[in-house]
Design a protein around this ligand. Structure first.
Ligand code: ADP
Ligand code: MG
Length: 677
């Protein structure tokens, strides 16, 4: 644990998690008193009776009723002597971390002792850990090593309504583990499915009509306002609404604003700080909340607002259900969410900002009625709302399955008979198996078995495309560089471009730019970061994001230790950067795009207007923030990291590659592309 704790410090997780460390103007919170008012606490006796009686059950309850923080504690108190562990899964890493910190504080223990958490690149647990919060992805990884999940007495699959691919697969894994443990006369496995609002019937059917417990929630009325007309720019609309409300409502009426991601949140945050200087109303404290924010910063959100001030929380959909912020008076709902999707027609994976479901809309509005009556301002019309889907389709039917499929095959289960609540489309399964085959992870697509390479791929907590890059790197003599690059790519945007200092930030960026493209530019930034003696100061001067680069640093050391365990030779390609790009292409070969013939020149669409067609046939342009955006002539072929779909489709993080490389690094795929094109 000592070591784990040290590591987590690097990431900004203070061991003394700051919950009790109130600075002078913060009001201390009486944790135990808050705890005792929660609906779950009030009915704890009856709840425990039910939990003891049944091996499988569903618990439904309003968000904020204490399911995630209280139920594991209740179970723990019942089995104090037990050597087994209680697992609680979360779809998001931020939620797993903050919830574990909260529970550790409630139980008055250090994080990493009795209460711990395990998320990608960070394991803060020890042999004494009995209540373990972890992401669904991490539990799935554990199932690869031990499909019976023998160290756990209870597994709580939380936020079931989110229906992430990983949770959906875990539903099946725990069901099979229960059955196998019974057959092998091992200790029984208790499974608890928890959720806010969801379609219970599907779950009940899946778990042989297990009992469902409904917790009485306690909420106050929330008045809902819709926009009268559509807004072109929801960020702008959000800022306007914030200041209209700010000028007309008293202090200590806190706001919660739903946005789609880190960059957007940072832009809006800068805007608010600027405008606040000249606008009437109480002093403002703005708190961001998104995945990737260091835990110490996340905790700011839960600090009580000092009297006479107003707190404005800018959050992604994480604040929708997985974490609860008390005392929010107004919710401002942009009505959008950023999602990774898989486009069935083109097979392209992409990241898109899209309208969220009605269920998400209700859930967001509900955040304003936790401690008193409140209001929700929807920045879309009532008509728009009515036209939305009631619920989102589960991820498993709309997302790429490569990574989960590899894990499933690694657990030794047969993807064709594996129990699932909703089956993914056949096309989607076939596409993932084909990709795994082309990556060299499985031997054939019909009765897939892991290859030696595939087995090694599962050792890395990253997408199989990227583990392939690392495993291929020794061939190209570039593992040193590949590790750095994959680490930076695992973190959020490292460039910090404040709106009011854009010109200057772009000028400073020049010194890192490589004509080869964004990937090498990122590598240059990372290398310079490692050399800089005063990193924080250096980042500030260079308009770089210190916390994201520190995160990359941490990720790299984790990936490095996996490489060392696998005995991979760690060598450098020096200045022969073509080697690194080829190596990158050997994992990301599906992310290739070609300049559209005849449309590439400066004449077509003007500067930066070059259009590309991806290997899956989608049309897209180079993202304006990329270094190749204005390259003349535009590269004939590129490798991109992400296909972003906003009003237009953009290739994000792009490098120029030689068209013939594809044939060299992924001949099977190149053949398939040629026959498709
Ligand atoms: P549920 O899982 O039912 O949505 P939780 O167990 O997550 O509910 O939260 C119960 C209550 O605990 C919340 O309403 C909130 O008041 C409080 N809470 C949870 N996390 C924190 C935190 N990090 N800091 C302060 N209060 C918290
Ligand atoms: Mg919860």
């Amino acid at each position: 644990t000592k070591e784990n704790q040290k590591e987590s410090n690097v990431n900004g997780v203070k061991q003394n998690n700051g919950l009790n460390n109130n600075s002078s103007n913060d009001i201390p919170e009486d944790i135990q008193a808050v705890r005792k008012t929660l609906p779950v606490y009030v009915v704890r006796g009856r709840l425990l009776e039910e939990i003891k009686k049944h091996n499988t059950m569903i618990i439904m309850g309003e968000t904020g009723s204490g399911k995630t923080t209280q139920i594991p504690q209740l179970i723990y108190e019942q089995q104090l002597e037990s050597k087994f562990v209680i697992a609680v899964t979360q779809p998001r890493r931020v939620a797993a971390i903050t919830l574990a910190l909260r529970v550790a504080a409630e139980m008055k223990t250090e994080i990493g002792s009795i209460v711990g958490y395990s998320v990608r690149f960070e394991d803060v647990t020890s042999p004494t850990t009995k209540v373990k919060y972890l992401t669904d992805g991490m539990l799935l990884r554990e199932a690869v090593a031990d499909p019976l999940l023998k160290r756990y007495s209870t597994i709580i699959l939380d936020e079931a309504h989110e229906r992430t691919v990983n949770t959906d697969i875990l539903f099946g894994i725990v069901k099979l583990a229960q059955k196998d443990r019974k057959e092998q006369k091992l200790n029984p496995l208790k499974v608890i499915i928890m959720s806010a609002t969801m379609d219970v019937d599907a779950f009940r059917n899946f778990y042989d009509n297990c009992p469902v417990i409904y917790l009485e929630g306690r909420t106050y009325p929330v008045t809902i306002y819709h926009s009268k007309m559509r807004h072109e720019d929801y960020q702008y609309a959000a800022v306007c609404t914030i200041f209209q409300l700010h000028a007309t409502t008293p202090a200590n009426h806190d706001f919660l604003v739903f946005l789609t991601g880190q960059e957007e949140i940072e832009t809006v945050l800068t805007n608010i700080k600027q405008i606040a200087k000249e606008s009437p109303g109480p002093p403002i404290k703005v708190c961001p909340l998104y995945a990737g924010l260091p835990a110490s910063k996340q905790l700011q959100v839960w600090k009580k607002t000092p009297p006479g001030m107003r707190k404005i929380v800018l959050a992604t959909n994480i604040a929708e259900a997985s974490v609860t912020i008390p005392e929010i008076k107004f919710v401002i709902d942009t009505g959008v969410v950023k999602e990774r999707t898989w486009c069935t027609s083109t097979g392209a994976e992409r990241l898109a900002v899209r309208a969220c479901s009605q269920a998400a809309g209700w859930q967001r509005a509900g955040r304003a009625g936790r401690t008193a009556a409140g209001a929700a301002y929807r920045l879309y019309t009532a008509r728009d709302f009515a036209a939305r889907l009631a619920h989102n389709a589960p991820e498993i039917v709309r997302c790429p399955l490569t990574s989960s499929m590899l894990m499933l095959i690694a657990t030794g289960m047969d993807p064709s008979t594996f129990p699932l609540i909703d089956s993914p489309p056949r096309d989607s399964i076939q596409a993932s198996l084909l990709l795994l085959k082309e990556l060299g992870a499985i031997d054939n697509e019909n009765d897939p078995k892991l290859t030696i390479l595939g087995k090694k791929m599962t050792a890395f907590p990253i997408d199989p495309k990227y583990s392939k890059v690392l495993l291929c790197a020794p061939e190209y003599n570039c593992l040193e560089e590949a590790l750095s690059l994959v680490a930076v790519m695992s973190s959020e945007n490292v460039f910090h471009t404040p709106l009011h200092k854009r010109e200057e930030a772009l000028k400073v960026k020049q010194k890192f730019i490589s004509p080869l493209g964004d990937h090498i530019t990122l590598l240059n930034v990372y290398k310079a970061f490692c050399k800089a003696p005063l990193k924080k100061q250096w980042c500030k001067e260079n308009y770089l994001n210190h916390k994201n680069l520190s995160y990359a640093y941490e990720v790299r050391s984790q990936l490095l230790s996996v490489c060392q365990r696998l005995n991979l030779p760690i060598t450098s390609c020096g200045n022969v950067l073509d080697q690194l790009l080829k190596c990158l292409l050997s994992g990301l070969f599906t992310n290739c795009a070609w300049a559209r013939s005849g449309a590439g020149g400066a004449g077509a669409g003007g500067a930066g207007g070059a259009r590309y067609v991806t290997s899956a046939g989608a049309a897209a342009a180079l993202h304006p923030a990329g270094v190749l955006h204005c390259a003349r002539p535009p590269p004939a072929a590129v490798l991109y990291t992400e296909l972003l779909h906003t009003k237009r489709s953009y290739l994000v993080t792009v490098s120029a590659v030689q068209p013939q490389w594809l044939q060299q690094v992924a001949p099977e795929f190149a053949r398939r592309c040629r026959s498709n094109r």
